[in-house]
Design a protein around this ligand. Structure first.
Ligand code: NAD
Length: 371
């Protein structure tokens, strides 16, 4: 019987295919041991697509992405494509996917596994057990607002300018995603803006409060200025559950939160689009936060955990398979507790394992959990 879980896999460049390869093994494991079958198709993106087709994403692959339930993305880019025109660089493939799938909600969890608490730049007790979610608005705000540009003023001096702008409906939809996420977690939302100095922030605060009062009164909502939030993230990060914020502040705060966890090789993300009015399903793309790591590509050194945790997010958010997502996340926690380390997360006395050995360890853990 054909599976109703259609996933398009776009491994991309550099370590992308290596880490996606380990997820494919988890998918095979789920097929055999949990009898959950995914309908996987694969496409080219980034440099790999440029080499074959001359562009970073073909219309066919874009159409495929629009017709599946979820896209699992690896990473794109590398030195061999850096000299190309800006409009055909590998990253444009990812930007096109985000734009056409209208992925407006970017979920960036920052979790610290106990076994890695020492890898954080903060004291262990501040981060051990940390589990927060930064929800960043991804398609609006100052990165897209018009007018924008660099102009020469009558004086001859040049002026660069951008526009921060949010409509009520843009704020409403991201706020709803935040409250829904909180309901599945610790039921707390911190809405972050700068209402003290920006009108867009005043509207953000007002609309978020209204959506809360009308639709999510059971969720705890607080408001915080973005500069304070940056301070609180490094002072007492465990005070947060879900942080909802705009594109610009989310860009900065999510990177700040990411570093609390110690390594790029551990960080998953999800980007969600609008709900289909009839099925309720959302367009979704899952990807690790890291790039294509050309310095270690092809050497079996990449940490596959960020990609594997992105797949766990796919299970949870696209297919409502929370139990299976927990299994995958527990397998990661147990493998780390057992001392398995790829180079990026290894201490001076740790034995370093390869990408595939980390995958082997994860599959053995999954076996143990399902025994
Ligand atoms: P990067 O994330 O690729 O690498 C930064 C450092 O972290 C490197 O030393 C790398 O070896 C290490 N690293 C990253 N992921 C790792 C993993 N899973 N396991 C072990 N070590 C890991 O960032 P960069 O070096 O700034 O960029 C390299 C290329 O990736 C560039 O072409 C850039 O444009 C592209 N990039 C793509 C994406 C994406 O596809 N979403 C994101 C960021 C960068």
């Amino acid at each position: 019987m054909a599976s109703n879980k259609k996933v398009l896999v776009l491994p991309g460049d550099g370590i992308g295919p290596e880490v996606v390869g380990e997820v494919r093994r988890v998918v095979d494991w789920m097929d055999k041991r949990r009898h959950v079958t995914f309908d996987l198709s694969e496409g080219l993106v980034g440099g790999a697509a440029i080499d074959k087709h001359g562009i970073p994403l073909t219309d066919e692959t874009m159409a495929d992405a629009m017709h599946v339930d979820a896209v699992l993305f690896g990473s794109v880019g590398g030195p061999q494509w850096e000299k190309l025109d800006f409009g055909v660089q590998p990253e444009r493939g990812l930007l096109r996917l985000r734009k056409e799938m209208q992925l407006y909600a970017n979920l960036r969890p920052a979790m610290v596994f106990d076994a890695l608490a020492d890898a954080s730049s903060l004291k262990k007790e501040l981060v051990a057990g940390l589990d927060i979610m930064i929800l960043r608005e991804l398609t609006g705000g100052i990165y897209f607002g018009e007018p924008r540009g660099i102009e020469t003023m009558p004086s001859g001096e040049r002026r660069g300018f951008n526009t921060q702008s949010y409509t009520e409906s843009e704020i409403e939809r991201i706020a709803r995603v935040g409250f829904e996420l909180a309901r599945k977690r610790s039921n707390r939302v911190m809405s972050v803006e700068k209402a003290n100095v920006m009108e867009s922030g005043v509207l953000w605060r007002e609309v978020t409060q209204r959506i809360h009062d009308d639709e999510f009164p059971d969720v705890q909502l607080d408001h915080m200025y973005a500069d304070n939030c940056a301070m609180q993230l490094v002072r007492q990060p465990k005070q947060f559950d879900v942080i909802v914020t705009d594109n610009l502040f989310g860009d900065i705060l999510s990177d700040c939160a990411a570093m609390l966890t110690g390594s790029l090789g551990m960080l998953p993300s999800a980007s969600l689009g609008a709900e289909d009015p009839t099925t309720g399903a959302r367009k979704a793309l899952y990807e690790p936060v890291h790039g294509s790591a050309p310095d270690i590509a092809g050497q079996g050194k990449a940490n596959p955990i960020a990609e594997v945790l992105s797949f766990a997010m796919l299970l949870r958010y696209s297919f409502d398979m929370g139990e299976d997502a927990n299994m995958v996340e527990n397998a990661v926690a147990n493998v780390l507790a057992a001392g398995f380390r790829t180079g990026d997360i290894a201490g001076p006395n740790d034995k370093v394992v390869s990408t595939t050995q980390m995958g082997d360890a994860l599959l053995l853990e999954l076996d143990k959990q399902s025994a």
